[in-house]
Design a protein. Structure first.
Length: 227
């Protein structure tokens, strides 16, 4: 990072299983660093095949019932969130890829219009999380995604056009290529400093903030980073 480029681009690689962290992390970064840090959201395929990831991957821990218990146990630690007691038991989205494709289409549509006060991508991502985790809707289906878009007042036809044209597929494939290039192991992963630093897994906000503040200090190229 050069001393003349002070605006950092932070790439959180996420999947839609994350209910608690992402929106509050975004707000905290904005409050602490303001316009000096830009968040560039990317999506990875950790839950691209949920039958394999949960049904097979959690077989020794109770399969879908075990995963249900795990999510509810985590959710119980936070008073401000609600989780459907039947999560992953009655509704089982086949893949996160469909929702990720929809969100890439939202991002592309948003890029073609004037920047809103609040990111349509972030609003749509949060609404999809609520639709599944809280309301028990199958967000892998186009019907559920369209309902969310309409509820948010997003341009449904333009979003569908981005999908039909292949543009959203290309954008999602771009995330996949970057995932491989940066050796992303899972979600969440936060990529900083043009790929030189990665924070992966259950990393506390203070660790993330310390990394951001050290980079914003803009050390000389000959000086080692303290993070």
């Amino acid at each position: 990072m050069t001393t003349s480029y002070r605006r950092l681009v932070l790439h959180p690689f996420v999947v839609l299983r994350m209910l608690v962290a992402m929106v509050f992390f975004t707000a905290a970064v904005a409050a602490a660093c303001g316009a000096e840090v830009a968040l560039g959201h990317r999506f990875c395929g950790t839950f691209g095949a949920t039958a394999e990831r949960i049904g097979e991957g959690w077989k020794a821990k109770g399969g879908y019932a075990g995963f249900n218990a795990h999510i509810r146990d985590v959710a119980d630690r936070f008073d401000h969130i609600e989780v459907d007691p039947e999560i992953w038991l009655t509704v089982r989205p086949a893949s996160s890829a469909s929702a990720h494709l929809f969100l890439k289409a939202v991002a592309l549509t948003e890029a073609e219009t004037a920047a809103p006060a609040e990111s349509a991508l972030e609003r749509a991502a949060w609404a999809l999380r609520l639709a599944f985790f809280r309301d028990g809707r199958d967000i892998a289906t186009r019907a559920a995604q369209t309902d969310v878009a309409r509820e948010l007042g997003l341009p449904v036809d333009a979003i569908q056009q981005s999908i039909d044209s292949g543009a959203a597929h290309a954008a999602l494939c771009g995330d996949g290529a970057l995932e491989q290039k940066l050796s992303i192991e899972g979600s969440p992963t936060f990529v900083l400093n043009e790929g030189r630093q990665k924070l992966y897994g259950n990393v506390g906000y203070r660790v993330i903030e310390a990394n951001l503040q050290e980079l914003l200090r803009a050390p000389d190229l000959s000086e080692a980073s303290w993070c």
